[in-house]
Design a protein around this ligand. Structure first.
Ligand SMILES: [Zn+2]
Length: 250
């Protein structure tokens, strides 16, 4: 029992120690200036090609008084108060490979040179060409897959309009066609769903267009001519029936 407790304590101590040193180490480190690049608008390729509006961001000691931002040997901006950010447009500089860096000055008079970020400035056309090379094939593939899926569904005759996303089913107990409920649980070879006509639960697969049409013919044709029916139009009755079975799910 005692060894168990001391073990727990020891593990806790390790956990606390492993969390503590991070801020402590950060303070103990020598003063540095860290430069990062953020894309505000435009293109940033994987290979270091950039085009558009970007922000250079410097992070340094608390007593920074000034940060100068450079592209190659040219100082493009000087900032004298935080945040140490400088925004620029790549189009304002020649195309090609550039070195981006910053030099910071502390109150104590220390000069801090940042890390150097190397990027290739490309033209707007080049940038979007690269985007097109990646995005367009993906979009084409997505379109192709969805069109193919639709065509396959249609060939199988599984898409009959008016039955919703989960498709229609024919009740095995009473033969009534209805929209399968989206919430009905899938049980492998179909959904376990409730027939709105007879109220019985059964396993129902997605019925084909032909099956649904046959069930509609049996179920709705005689009801359409029954005297207590408001509408005389069988099409209208069918539509209403389907609507009802759809709202039934709420
Ligand atoms: Zn039924």
């Amino acid at each position: 029992m005692k060894t168990h407790l001391s073990k727990t304590f020891f593990l806790l101590l390790i956990l606390v120690l492993s969390l503590l040193p991070l801020p402590l180490l950060a303070q103990a480190e020598p003063e540095t200036l860290t430069l990062s690049l953020r894309r505000d608008w435009g293109y940033g390729g994987f290979s270091g090609d950039i085009q558009g509006t970007f922000t250079m961001r410097a992070e340094g000691p608390d007593d920074l008084t000034r940060v100068d931002f450079y592209i190659d040997d040219t100082m493009i901006g000087s900032v004298t108060q935080p945040p140490w950010n400088y925004q620029f447009k790549t189009d304002n500089y020649p195309l090609g490979v550039h070195q981006l860096y910053a030099i910071g000055y502390t109150a104590a008079g220390t000069e801090l040179q940042s890390n150097v970020i190397v990027r290739e400035f490309v033209s707007a056309g080049q940038g979007w060409q690269m985007v097109g090379r990646i995005i367009v094939p993906i979009l084409a593939l997505i379109l192709l897959v969805s069109v193919a899926g639709y065509l396959i569904d249609r060939r199988r005759g599984k898409t009959r309009r008016g039955y919703g996303r989960s498709g229609g089913a024919v009740c095995p107990k009473c033969g009534y066609p209805f929209s399968r409920h989206w919430w009905a649980p899938n049980i492998g070879v179909g959904k376990y769903d409730r027939c709105p006509n007879c109220g019985k639960w059964s396993r129902v697969g997605k019925a084909t267009s032909q099956e649904l049409a046959a069930a509609e013919a049996i179920h709705f044709s005689d009801q359409a001519v029954s005297p207590d029916q408001e509408s005389e139009d069988p099409e209208e009755t069918l539509r209403k029936r389907l609507e009802e079975s759809k709202y039934d799910e709420v």
